[in-house]
Write a protein that binds this ligand. Structure first.
Ligand SMILES: *[C@@H]1O[C@H](CO)[C@@H](O)[C@H](O)[C@H]1NC(C)=O
Ligand SMILES: *[C@@H]1O[C@H](CO)[C@@H](O)[C@H](O)[C@H]1NC(C)=O
Length: 204
């Protein structure tokens, strides 16, 4: 009995050493293929009224980068379970060029944002910390219903593509989920890299 207990303890230790986040390249296609329409599709008044904005679906790489930027930790030091159960990411968009991300039981990160001159639905964002480029890039809104969600395709500073959905509710309806996933596929994103973030276990 003692023997098998120590074996399983050893296995758990090994597992927790090797299972950091697998930050792999999400460049399903080059960034230049993101649509960049000149006519606005987003009602900014609505966006600025959302408080908070939830983050229920995204490309896995986007979730990892957003989480690590809030945690200010290296990928190898964070497990998927930590992200999945504790991230509870929420965004607060202010009209002064600041967006705040909260998560992981009370952590808080500020991003500087700036709209693109020729596309009111797109903005650049810059992360914080030692490596500001780790989670920085340009987000193009490519789909919205102007009342419950918007879809952002991101061109990261390092050239990778990512996507994420901002939502007024912690879960998406099945109907919206289908619309969003179909849209992501239509932009060339790989279904195997889609992740949903649950908020059921969030404490705040
Ligand atoms: C959302 O609002 C913008 C700005 O008012 C408008 O141009 C766009 O057509 C709207 N889209 C939908 C789907 O309601
Ligand atoms: C913008 O407003 C928010 C909320 O009031 C504040 O936390 C943030 O520091 C402000 N940012 C700037 C650059 O003034």
């Amino acid at each position: 009995m003692w023997h098998s207990l120590s074996v399983s303890v050893a296995l758990i230790c090994i597992a927790s050493v090797v299972q950091g986040l697998d930050l792999k390249s999400a460049n399903d296609q080059p960034c230049f293929k993101i649509p960049n329409p000149k006519t606005p599709i987003l009602d900014m008044k609505w966006v600025n009224s959302i408080n908070p904005l939830y983050f229920p679906a995204m490309s896995t790489d986007n979730l990892y980068r957003a989480s690590l930027n809030v945690l200010q930790k290296e990928a190898r030091d964070v497990s998927f379970a930590t992200v999945y159960y504790d991230a509870c990411l929420k965004w607060y968009i202010f009209d002064n060029g600041t967006t705040v991300a909260t998560g992981f039981n009370g952590l808080r990160t500020e991003y500087k944002t700036k709209p693109l001159k020729d596309n009111p639905d797109a903005f650049t964002f810059v992360g914080v910390g030692v490596d500001k480029d780790f989670y920085s890039g340009t987000l193009y809104t490519t789909l919205t219903d102007n009342k419950s969600f918007f879809f952002g395709a991101i061109c990261m500073k390092n050239g990778e593509m990512a996507w994420g959905v901002g939502s007024t509710t912690p879960t998406l309806t099945e109907e919206t989920k289908k619309i969003v996933f179909d849209h992501a596929v239509s932009l060339g994103f790989n279904k195997e890299d889609f992740t949903e973030l649950k908020y059921d276990t969030c404490r705040n």
